[in-house]
Design a protein around this ligand. Structure first.
Ligand SMILES: C[S@@+](CC[C@H](N)C(=O)[O-])C[C@H]1O[C@@H](n2cnc3c(N)ncnc32)[C@H](O)[C@@H]1O
Length: 203
């Protein structure tokens, strides 16, 4: 399922404790959990905390990540929690090869690491795996976060441009990523500034 080599930066990050690896679901996702309905795809799931949160709510869940370690770790957590959830090592750009469709998709920190070209391929891939009227819940670093290390800072109009054709951007609201407290990276206001976008497949 994996044709592109995983970014060595991510493999190295998982040799330690990455700043994003919170150990529980992101509060911004928990807040709107009732809107994230049906079968859920978690694209770039990391070690699975967000996916497992929805699995524990009784929803069918698939998490995918292109790095082997977090996928194994997510499977281990699912076993430990005795919850049913599926995790696969695969590149998000290859999602159409799944040949299945979801009611809700979570992207918590994937969109903002993609190059412009990969972003276009990713949005096209999402189009394949999302049912008509299903929704994407996308959390990314925002341009309100000062420049520095970490992922790309995303402007609202970049999100709107990426999802201009065949999608409806229902809302984009400011929020924060809650970082792992053991992380050595420091952020203002308790966590990096982010956009939370809700995007419906269909115009
Ligand atoms: C910032 S981390 C967020 C992980 C997780 N969503 C979370 O909230 O803890 C981004 C994740 O996306 C994965 N990733 C990056 N590019 C990817 C791609 N093209 N396909 C699949 N996973 C990817 C990385 O390996 C990493 O686990």
């Amino acid at each position: 399922m994996i044709t592109n080599p995983a970014h060595p930066g991510f493999q190295m990050a998982y040799e330690g404790k990455p700043a994003w690896d919170l150990g529980r679901p992101q509060p911004a996702l928990v807040e709107i959990a009732d809107q994230i309905t049906g079968a859920v795809l978690d694209a770039g799931c990391g070690t699975g905390d967000n996916a497992l949160f929805f699995a524990q709510r009784g929803q069918p869940v698939l998490g995918i990540d292109f790095v082997e370690f977090p996928v194994k770790e997510a499977k281990r957590k699912a076993q430990e929690l005795e919850v049913e959830a599926e995790f696969l090592q695969m590149d998000a750009l290859e999602l159409p090869s799944l040949d299945r469709q979801f009611d809700s998709v979570i992207d918590c920190g994937l969109f903002h690491v993609l190059s412009d070209a990969d972003r276009r391929a990713y949005v096209a891939a999402l189009m394949h795996v999302m049912k008509l009227d299903s929704r994407l819940f996308l959390m990314c670093f925002s341009d309100q976060e000062p420049a520095g290390p970490g992922p790309r800072r995303i402007r609202q109009n970049e999100i709107r441009a990426a999802f201009a054709d065949g999608w409806t951007v229902e809302s984009i609201t400011p929020t924060h990523f809650e970082p792992n407290p053991q992380s050595k990276e420091t952020f203002v206001d308790g966590g990096p500034r982010a956009w939370f976008a809700v995007i419906r497949r269909g115009s």
